[in-house]
Design a binder for this molecule. Structure first.
Ligand code: PLP
Length: 395
C-alpha cells in the first residue's frame, strides 16, 4: 500500500520549490529577464577555482576505478582525516577522522542525525523562524517538532527553550547563520543555551543533543564570527554542508561531526552510521568527497552577497519596507506591509517578484528574499519593488 504520508509530501512540494517551479514557467512565458526570482537559496557566485582544478586533477590523475568506486560507508578515511585536521586548526578542536561521517549534503546529515538520535514520540526543539524541511525530517522519524520563537533580536530565547524542554526532549536543532532571517547567534547566546541544555540534561537524566545545522557557517558579514558549538557543549552534532560555501548545492556533499566529548560517543557515532545505512545512503559521492581536501578553507566570492545585501537594505528601506538586517547567509526577511505574508507574496507576484511567505518558516507576517542572485537582477528588480511598495500606499 502507498504510504499516504509520503504521497502527501510528494504531491505538495515545499512552498519554496513551488515558487521556484512557478518562476521557471513564468520565465518561459515572459522572458527570464522579466521575472525577479528570489525564491531559492541556489548560489549565484561561481565556485572557487580550486573546485574545478581539483575535479580535473582527480579525473586526469587518479585511478578511475578507485575514484568512482564505493568508499567506506562513513567516508574515505583520508578525506575525513583532512577535514578533521582543518577543523582542529581552524577552531582549536581535537576531533579525529573517526568523529566524522560524510553525507549527501546537510539535508542527509540532518535526516541521519535525527534518525540516529530521535525515537518515535520524542520531541525536537526548533527555534523559529526555521528551515521548513526540519519538520519533514523530524516527523519522518516519528519525532514531534516543538517550535520556540526567537526573541525580538532574533537570538535564541533561552528562557523559553528551557520552559519547552521536558522529559521527552531528545534534541534541539539550531541554524546559525540562519535561513530565513540571516541572524547569527552570538557567543553570549550560545553560552546561555549550553547552560540551559546542561541544566536540563541533569534535571531529566538523559542527554539532550544539540544538532547544529551549518550550511552557511562561512557566509557572514561585517567581520562577525560564528561560535563553534562543540567548544561550548559536548553533546553536539554538527551537520555541515559545502553546498553554499563552495557553490555546489547540486553535487550533494557534507558531513556529520559527532563531538569527541559527546556522552556515549561510540553509540552515537554507531547510530549515525546505522541511520545512514537504514536510509540507504551507502556512502557519500566518492568524487565529491575526494574533491574536498584541496578545497578546505576556500569559499566562493562572498563579497558579492554582501554587496547585494547592502544594496537591498538601502533601496528597499527607501521604498518604505521594514527588514531585519541579515548578519549572515544570503536571505533577507522583509515585513509584510499588510501583516499577511501570503498576501504580500501573492501581490509581489503581480510585479513578477518571487519571494517566499514566512508562514512555513514557523513565523507569520514576513517574506524571505534569497539574494544569492546577480547584483544586476537586484538592480533590474528595483522599479518593480518600488511599484509594489507604492501599491500599499495607494490602498
Ligand atoms: N539547512 C538549511 C538551513 C538550509 O538552508 C539548507 C539548504 O538550503 C539545508 C539545510 C540543506 O542543505 P544541502 O543542500 O547541503 O542539503
Amino acid at each position: 500500500m502507498i504510504n499516504q504520508k509520503m504521497r502527501k509530501l510528494g504531491a505538495k512540494r515545499s512552498v519554496i520549490r513551488e515558487l521556484f517551479e512557478y518562476g521557471k514557467k513564468r520565465k518561459s512565458e515572459i522572458g527570464e529577464e522579466n521575472v525577479y526570482d528570489f525564491s531559492l537559496g541556489n548560489p549565484s557566485v561561481p565556485s572557487p577555482e580550486e573546485v574545478n582544478s581539483q575535479l580535473v586533477r582527480l579525473i586526469s590523475e587518479e585511478d578511475p576505478v578507485r575514484l568512482h568506486g564505493y568508499t567506506s560507508a562513513q567516508g574515505d578515511a583520508s578525506v575525513r582525516a583532512a577535514i578533521a585536521d582543518y577543523i582542529n586548526k581552524t577552531y582549536d578542536e581535537s576531533v579525529t577522522a573517526d568523529c566524522l561521517y560524510m553525507s549527501v549534503g546537510a539535508a542527509a546529515a540532518l535526516t541521519s542525525s535525527l534518525t540516529a538520535l530521535v525515537s518515535p514520540g520524542e520531541e525536537v526543539i526548533v527555534p523559529s523562524p526555521y528551515f521548513p524541511e526540519y519538520k519533514v525530517f523530524i516527523e519522518r522519524c516519528g519525532g514531534v517538532i516543538r517550535e520556540v520563537s526567537c526573541n525580538a533580536r532574533l537570538q535564541l530565547d533561552t528562557k523559553a527553550i528551557e520552559e519547552a524542554i521536558n522529559e521527552k526532549t531528545a534534541a534541539i536543532i539550531i541554524n546559525s547563520p540562519n535561513n530565513p532571517t540571516g541572524a547569527v547567534y552570538n557567543e553570549e547566546n550560545i553560552k546561555a543555551l549550553a547552560d540551559v541544555l546542561r541544566r536540563c540534561e541533569e534535571k531529566y537524566s538523559h542527554p539532550i543533543y544539540l544538532i547544529s545545522d551549518e550550511p552557511y557557517r562561512e557566509l557572514v558579514y561585517d567581520g562577525l564570527t560564528v561560535p563553534y558549538l562543540t567548544k561550548y557543549y559536548d553533546d553536539t552534532i554538527v551537520c555541515y554542508s559545502f553546498s553554499k560555501s563552495l557553490s555546489i548545492p547540486g553535487e550533494r556533499i557534507g558531513y556529520i561531526l559527532v563531538c569527541p566529548r559527546c556522552r556515549d560517543f561510540t553509540s552515537v557515532y554507531q547510530a549515525v552510521c546505522g541511520a545512514g545505512r537504514a536510509l540507504g545512503f551507502v556512502c557519500a559521492p566518492s568524487l565529491l568527497q575526494k574533491l574536498l581536501p584541496g578545497c578546505l578553507g576556500k569559499t566562493s566570492d562572498i563579497s558579492v552577497y554582501d554587496r547585494n545585501r547592502r544594496l537591498l537594505l538601502e533601496r528597499l528601506s527607501e521604498f518604505g519596507f521594514e527588514m531585519i538586517r541579515p548578519e549572515g547567509a544570503f536571505y533577507l526577511f522583509i515585513k509584510s506591509p499588510s501583516g499577511d505574508a501570503n498576501e504580500f507574496c501573492e501581490r509581489a507576484k503581480k510585479y513578477e517578484i518571487l519571494i517566499v511567505p514566512s508562514d512555513d518558516f514557523g513565523c507569520p507576517g514576513y517574506a524571505r528574499l534569497a539574494y544569492c542572485v546577480t547584483t544586476e537582477q537586484i538592480e533590474r528588480a528595483m522599479p518593480a519593488f518600488e511599484r509594489l511598495a507604492n501599491s500599499y500606499k495607494e490602498n
